[in-house]
Design a protein around this ligand. Structure first.
Ligand SMILES: C[S@@+](CC[C@H](N)C(=O)[O-])C[C@H]1O[C@@H](n2cnc3c(N)ncnc32)[C@H](O)[C@@H]1O
Ligand SMILES: [Zn+2]
Length: 371
C-alpha cells in the first residue's frame, strides 16, 4: 500500500505509479485548488485522462474541491487497480473509472471537461488533439511530457517531427523544452479556436509539466499564435535573444557580430501567472509537504518574467575567466537597476532584463573584487 497525502493506493505494478513524480502531483493539486477556489470554478468537472492507479483524481477530489471526476485507463491491469483504489478511498459516488482510451472516449462522449490532466508515458502529442475536442471554454489543462531527450535537444529530428520545432541542446534546453511544449499546445488549441494563458510551466527531474487555461474565441486563438517566436544563441559570447514572429534568414549577434544559431519556433508568451504561482508556493508552505518541494515552488514563484537566462559558467568559460558565484552576478545586475532572479530551470543561471554586455561587466567587476 502506498500513501501520498490523502490517497491510499494499491497497485499490481510499480510501473503505473512513480513515487518520484510526487512534486508533479502536489503542484497539480495546488493549481486545481487555485482554479476551483480562486478562479471560482466550484462545479468543475475533471478528467484524469491517463489515470493508472487513480492517484491524481483521488487527490483532486479529496484535497482540491473537485466533486465529480472521470478517469480513463487503457491498460486492463492498471484499470483493475484504478477501480479498486476509487472504492478503497470511498469515492465511488464521485469518480467514474472507464476502461478505454482517450481517443475512443473523446470521439464518443458528449461531455466537456473543465479540468483535464494528461500524464502519459513519453510525449503527450498523440493525445492533445483528441482532448481538445472535449475541453470546455475556460478549462484548465495540465500536461506532462517525459520525452525530455526530444524536447531538450538530444533527439533533434524527433523534435522537429513531433513538435515542429528545433530544440536547443545546451543549458538553455530546460526552458526551451517547456516553451516548445507550450508552443505545440498553443498551435493545437488554436485549431479548435482556443487561446491559451499559461499559469505555470516547470522542468523537474526528467519531466516537463505545463498548466494552461484555454479560452474560446477566434481572437484569443490568434493572440496566442502571435506569442510564437524563436530564440537565438551566440556561441561566441553567450548572448541570448528572443523575438516573436517567423524565423529570420540570418541573425547577427549585437554584441560580438557573429552569426547566432536560432531555435524554435516556441512559445514566447508568459509562462507564469503571478497569482497562481504565489498560491502554489503558499500551498507548499502548509505542513506535510517536503521542504525540498517547497523550495522548488518558491523558486518558480520568485522567477522574473524575462524569457530565458544566462548560464554564468558558459559565459565565464567564453571569457576565459575564472568562475564567479551566480548569486553575486544576480545581485550586481539587480543593483545596476536590471530586474533579475535565479531560475528553477537551471541552478547556475540568471534571468535578467540586462543585455549580455551588462552581464559580462558584472562578471568582470565581480572578479576584480575577488582579488
Ligand atoms: C505515466 S502513467 C500515469 C501516472 C499517474 N498519472 C500518476 O501520477 O501516478 C500513464 C498511464 O496512461 C495510460 N495510457 C497511455 N495511453 C493512454 C490512452 N491513449 N488512453 C488512456 N490511457 C492511456 C497508461 O496505461 C498508464 O497507466
Ligand atoms: Zn555574440
Amino acid at each position: 500500500m502506498y500513501s501520498e497525502s490523502s490517497a491510499r493506493i494499491a497497485m499490481h505494478s510499480r510501473s503505473f505509479m512513480n513515487p518520484e513524480a510526487r512534486f508533479s502531483r502536489d503542484f497539480s493539486v495546488a493549481i486545481v485548488d487555485y482554479y476551483v477556489k480562486e478562479l471560482k470554478h466550484t462545479d468543475a468537472r475533471l478528467l484524469d485522462s491517463t489515470a493508472a492507479t487513480g492517484i491524481r483524481a483521488i487527490r483532486y477530489c479529496k484535497e482540491a474541491g473537485i466533486s465529480k471526476a472521470t478517469c480513463l485507463e487503457i491498460n486492463r491491469s492498471a484499470f483493475k487497480d484504478l477501480r479498486a483504489n476509487v472504492a478503497r478511498n470511498r469515492l465511488r459516488s464521485r469518480i467514474e473509472p472507464i476502461s478505454t482510451s482517450i481517443q475512443e472516449f473523446a470521439n464518443t462522449t458528449k461531455v466537456k471537461f473543465d479540468v483535464i490532466d494528461l500524464d502519459p508515458f513519453g510525449s503527450p502529442v498523440p493525445n492533445i488533439n483528441d482532448l481538445l475536442k472535449i475541453t470546455s471554454d475556460g478549462a484548465l489543462m495540465m500536461v506532462t511530457a517525459t520525452d525530455t531527450a526530444v524536447l531538450c535537444g538530444a533527439q533533434e529530428r524527433a523534435c522537429r517531427k513531433l513538435y515542429d520545432s528545433r530544440p536547443i541542446h545546451n543549458k538553455l534546453c530546460y526552458e526551451s523544452g517547456a516553451r516548445i511544449l507550450l508552443g505545440y499546445i498553443a498551435r493545437q488549441a488554436a485549431q479548435f479556436n482556443f487561446g491559451i494563458e499559461v499559469l505555470a510551466a516547470f522542468y523537474n527531474r526528467h519531466y516537463i509539466r505545463a498548466f494552461v487555461l484555454a479560452s474560446k474565441g477566434a481572437k484569443q486563438a490568434s493572440e496566442s499564435i502571435d506569442q510564437m517566436g524563436y530564440v537565438g544563441y551566440c556561441t561566441g559570447c553567450g548572448n541570448v535573444k528572443t523575438a516573436k514572429g517567423a524565423y529570420p534568414k540570418r541573425l547577427e549577434c549585437d554584441y560580438c557580430g557573429r552569426e547566432m544559431q536560432f531555435y524554435g519556433r516556441l512559445w514566447l508568451g508568459s509562462i507564469k501567472s503571478g497569482a497562481a504561482a504565489a498560491y502554489a508556493s503558499r500551498y507548499f508552505g502548509q505542513s506535510g509537504y517536503p521542504k525540498a518541494e517547497m523550495r522548488i515552488a518558491e523558486a518558480i514563484n520568485d522567477e522574473i518574467a524575462a524569457p530565458f537566462y544566462y548560464h554564468i559558467p558558459s559565459i565565464t568559460k567564453l571569457m576565459k575567466a575564472r568562475s564567479v558565484g551566480v548569486d553575486e552576478i544576480m545581485q550586481r545586475l539587480s543593483a545596476a537597476g536590471y530586474e533579475s532572479s535565479k531560475t528553477h530551470f537551471e541552478s547556475s543561471s540568471v534571468k535578467s532584463a540586462a543585455g549580455i554586455r551588462d552581464v559580462r561587466d558584472a562578471i568582470e567587476n565581480a572578479l576584480k573584487h575577488k582579488n
